[in-house]
Design a protein around this ligand. Structure first.
Ligand SMILES: Cc1cc2nc3c(=O)[nH]c(=O)nc-3n(C[C@H](O)[C@H](O)[C@H](O)COP(=O)(O)O)c2cc1C
Length: 286
C-alpha cells in the first residue's frame, strides 16, 4: 500500500520534508487559468472536521508547467498532477500539456465548481482526457452523488485507470451570531467525519469496477488506512491530518504494519479477504 497526500493538503515545495515521507506527491488542482480562489475566511474548524472554501486557488497551467513542475521534479518524488476545469476541453488540454515521462499519473478532480457531477458528464470528461494523454488517469469522485458506483462504472467505461475516493462534502458552519463562518457561505467538509462515507464509497466502487483505488477521507492512523484496504483501496491519501501532524505519513506507515499484525494479516493486500472471511478464521472476532 502506498501513502500519498490528498490534493490541496500539502505544498511539497514549502514542506519538502513532509513530501519526502510520501510514496508519491499529488499537486493541488491545476486549472487552465490562474485562480485567486475565494475571499477569506476560507478555512474553518468544526467539531467534526475542517471546512474549506479555497475555491481552487492555483497558479494556472502555464505557470505550473514552467515554474512549479521543474522545481517539483528536483524533489525526486513520483508526481501525480491534479487537473480541474469547467468543461471537458479544459481538462483534456491540461492533460495533453503534461509531459508523459515526468509524471506518474493524472488525477481528474471531477468535483470542481460548475462541473456537473452526473455520471454522463464525468464520463465525457474522462473520455476527452483519455484521447488527450497516455498517462494513467485517476478519476476523483465525490460521494455527494446518490449512486457513486454508477459514476464509477461510467468513468471506468470511459477509460479511467483508477479512482480516487472521496472529495470533500459540501457543508456549512455558523458563528456565534448564526452567520456562516466562511465568506463564501458553504465549503467542503474534510477530516474524520468523512471516513465512514468514504469507506462505503470505496467498497461499492471497488465492487462495481475492480479498478485500483486511492482511498481518502478522514484517515488519521494506520488502522484507518487498513480499513480502507479492507474495503478495496490499494493506496491511501492523507489530507486534513497533515495540517496538524506533518509527521503523519511516516507515522501512519509504521502504524499500518502494527495494525496488520493486530488483525493477523501479513500485508494490507490481505485485508479484503479477511473482511469477507468466516468468523472462525478471524484473529479478532467481528
Ligand atoms: C484545504 C483543502 C484543500 C483541498 N484542495 C483540493 C484540491 O485542490 N483538489 C482536490 O481534488 N481536492 C482537494 N481537497 C480535498 C482533499 O484532497 C480530500 O479529498 C479531502 O480533504 C478528504 O480527505 P481528508 O479527510 O483526509 O482531508 C482539499 C481539501 C482541503 C482540506
Amino acid at each position: 500500500m502506498r501513502i500519498l497526500n490528498a490534493s490541496g493538503c500539502l505544498d511539497a515545495l514549502a514542506a519538502p520534508e513532509v513530501a519526502g515521507q510520501l510514496d508519491a506527491f499529488v499537486t493541488k488542482t491545476i486549472t487552465p487559468l490562474p485562480r485567486e480562489g475565494s475571499a477569506p475566511p476560507r478555512i474553518a474548524e468544526t467539531e467534526h472536521g475542517m471546512l474549506n472554501a479555497i475555491g481552487l486557488a492555483n497558479p494556472g497551467r502555464e505557470r505550473f508547467l514552467t515554474e512549479h513542475l521543474p522545481k517539483l521534479r528536483e524533489l525526486g518524488l513520483a508526481l501525480w498532477v491534479s487537473v480541474g476545469g469547467f468543461c471537458a476541453d479544459d481538462y483534456a488540454e491540461t492533460c495533453a500539456s503534461l509531459p508523459v515521462g515526468e509524471i506518474e499519473a493524472i488525477e481528474l478532480n471531477l468535483s470542481c465548481p460548475n462541473v456537473d457531477e452526473a455520471a454522463d458528464s464525468a464520463a465525457e470528461i474522462v473520455a476527452a482526457c483519455r484521447r488527450a494523454t497516455e498517462l494513467p488517469l485517476y478519476a476523483k469522485l465525490s460521494a455527494a452523488h446518490p449512486d457513486v458506483a454508477e459514476v464509477a462504472r461510467a468513468v471506468a467505461a470511459a477509460g479511467a485507470d483508477g479512482l480516487s475516493l472521496i472529495n470533500t462534502l459540501r457543508a456549512v458552519a455558523l458563528d456565534r451570531n448564526l452567520r456562516p463562518v466562511l465568506a463564501r457561505g458553504s465549503g467542503g467538509l474534510s477530516g474524520p467525519a468523512l471516513k465512514p462515507i468514504a469507506l462505503h464509497a470505496v467498497s461499492v466502487c471497488s465492487e462495481a469496477t475492480g479498478l485500483p483505488i486511492v482511498g481518502m477521507g478522514g484517515i488519521q492512523s494506520g488502522r484507518d488506512a487498513l480499513e480502507f484496504a479492507a474495503c478495496g483501496a490499494c493506496n491511501v491519501a492523507l489530507g486534513t491530518v497533515l495540517f496538524g501532524d506533518p509527521g503523519a505519513p511516516a507515522r501512519v506507515r509504521a502504524e499500518l504494519a502494527a495494525a496488520c499484525e493486530d488483525v493477523g494479516v501479513a500485508t494490507p493486500d490481505d485485508a479484503p479477504a479477511l473482511a469477507k472471511s468466516p468468523e472462525t478464521e478471524r484473529k479478532v472476532p467481528a
